[in-house]
Design a protein around this ligand. Structure first.
Ligand code: TYD
Ligand code: MG
Length: 454
């Protein structure tokens, strides 16, 4: 009896009994390939009762020490790595085209090379002269970085084998192509195949590899998910187009905390580190104005103070606008619904615009109260006291929930000259004499205390 063939889509993994050009499940073209069955060796009959080899088991104990991290000296980058680059690790740096990934990684490559690491920068996007000119602009021409512009993976692997680098930067994974995969560079199967080969090389040779990946329109890397699970760390480089602040954010880190951020400013001389982001995010704040509230947030392990801005305007539309930059639209809808049903403050008939200043994206639920403060201040056209920071989460019942790390938030607020704070009851801190703290677990009470100057 002949066994029927089986086909698998290399993009989404769906199996088919016959080949087709387009995958019915994910809609990708040319991603369906025949799955070659793995040889099962001699049949069990011919082997008699022979069983497989017994594999020895082990436990979780180890005497091997954790590897020393390599510190680049770019402390914002080292922080996002979790305290430096781990040898033999693989990292994916994703971001929109033009956000500054190549600039960041050229600076990182130069820094690592200066510490004595054998560093190789592989570019498949730019010509050698372009990269050399960028290095000149960044005043990094003398850094001992080895540079190559190539997209053919086979040639790159041979070059890596010959040079034995400690760190390789691949800019970008979407431009690389393996000649044994029949699809165009940037496609899912190519990205998966090239990333697999590179990550295997990293583990085999003890090389650290940083892959650059462009984010597609949907906000995922082309060859989405496919490479995110293959690498040890995934870092996104974010920022608003018109802004010069850039935020490096770890979303996955097998060797350190995720959600850690590094803050940079894009200047004419490349990226400059911002070691005190709160001062930067608040620096554009003018005199007290309606619709502005200061949120004492935590990003990763670091407290960050940011200004939340709101605009509430009467709307001629039957379905008023809800526009959010830097926060979650669904969360805004929830906060508006709670304000309406628990506090009797309706926003129907009003357009609501919400913006987190400085291009930061906030994911913490503790921003809820600061958002409420900004919304009410905008709606009532009344400025909040300038010396106040606000944080805390709102539940659907209108009750307030304490936020973690109150102590760190307050410390940062005091450092930046704030003298009073509003937070939910139960928030633990011990600087009671230094800050004027108002604590409540009720949203209505919170709203009543908002405009009190103390
Ligand atoms: P780039 O690193 O090429 O972005 P990516 O690799 O993510 O596509 O950076 C692109 C932008 O950065 C470009 O618009 C110019 C700007 N830039 C500066 O403002 N200053 C600099 O020193 C450099 C090198 C780039
Ligand atoms: Mg680039």
């Amino acid at each position: 009896m002949t066994k029927s063939k089986s086909y698998v889509c290399h993009s989404c993994g769906t199996s088919f009994s016959k080949w087709s050009g387009c995958c019915d499940n994910c809609g990708e073209w040319n991603t369906i390939f025949e799955e070659v069955p793995i040889s099962t060796g001699p049949s069990s009959k011919s082997l008699g009762n022979k069983r497989g080899e017994k594999i020895s088991l082990t436990n979780l104990n180890t005497t091997v020490e954790a590897p020393q991290r390599i510190v680049s000296g770019l402390s914002e980058l080292d922080r996002v790595f979790g305290g430096g680059l781990v040898p033999a690790s693989t990292t994916l740096v994703g971001g929109d085209p033009g956000i500054g990934k190549s600039t960041l990684l050229l600076q990182a490559a130069a820094n690592f090379a200066i510490t004595g690491m054998n560093t190789l920068y592989v570019s498949g996007e730019e010509a050698t002269s372009q990269i050399q000119m960028r290095a000149q602009r960044l005043k990094l021409s003398d850094a001992p970085v080895k540079l190559v512009t190539e997209t053919n993976l086979r040639d790159i692997m041979t070059t890596l084998d010959a040079n034995n680098p400690a760190l390789v930067i691949i800019d970008s994974i979407q431009t690389m192509w393996a000649d044994n995969v029949e699809s165009a560079p940037g496609g899912v199967s190519q990205v998966r195949a090239t990333a697999h080969e590179l990550t295997t090389f990293a583990k085999r040779k003890g090389t650290s590899i940083i892959l650059v990946g462009h984010v597609t329109k949907e906000g995922q890397l082309a060859g989405p998910r496919v490479i995110e699970h293959m690498v040890d760390s995934v870092i996104y480089f974010e920022g608003e187009r018109g802004h010069h602040f850039r935020i490096l954010r770890a979303v996955k880190n097998r060797f350190g905390p995720a959600d850690e951020i590094g803050v940079f400013e894009m200047t004419g001389q490349g990226l400059i580190e911002i070691s005190n982001p709160s001062a930067l995010f608040l620096s554009e704040r003018g005199k007290p104005s309606p619709g502005s509230a200061v949120f004492a947030g935590i990003e990763g392990t670091r407290p960050v103070l940011v200004e939340i801005q709101a605009l509430v305007a009467a709307s001629p539309l039957s379905q008023p606008r809800r526009t959010v930059v830097g926060w979650d639209t669904g969360r805004l809808a929830m906060v508006l619904a709670v304000l309406e049903s628990r506090c009797g403050i309706p926003f129907t008939g009003y357009d609501v615009y919400l913006n987190v200043a400085g291009g930061l994206k906030i994911t913490e639920p503790a921003a809820d109260l600061a958002v409420v403060a900004a919304l009410l201040s905008a709606k009532e056209d009344r400025a909040l006291p300038i010396n106040k920071v606000i944080f805390g989460e709102i539940s659907l019942s209108g009750a307030l929930r304490p936020a973690p790390q109150t102590q760190n938030r307050i410390k940062e607020a005091l450092k930046l000259g704030f003298t009073s704070a509003i937070a939910p009851t139960g928030s633990k801190f011990d600087m009671k004499s230094e800050i004027q703290m108002m604590q409540t677990n009720d949203l209505v009470e919170f709203i009543d205390s908002l405009f009190i100057i103390n």
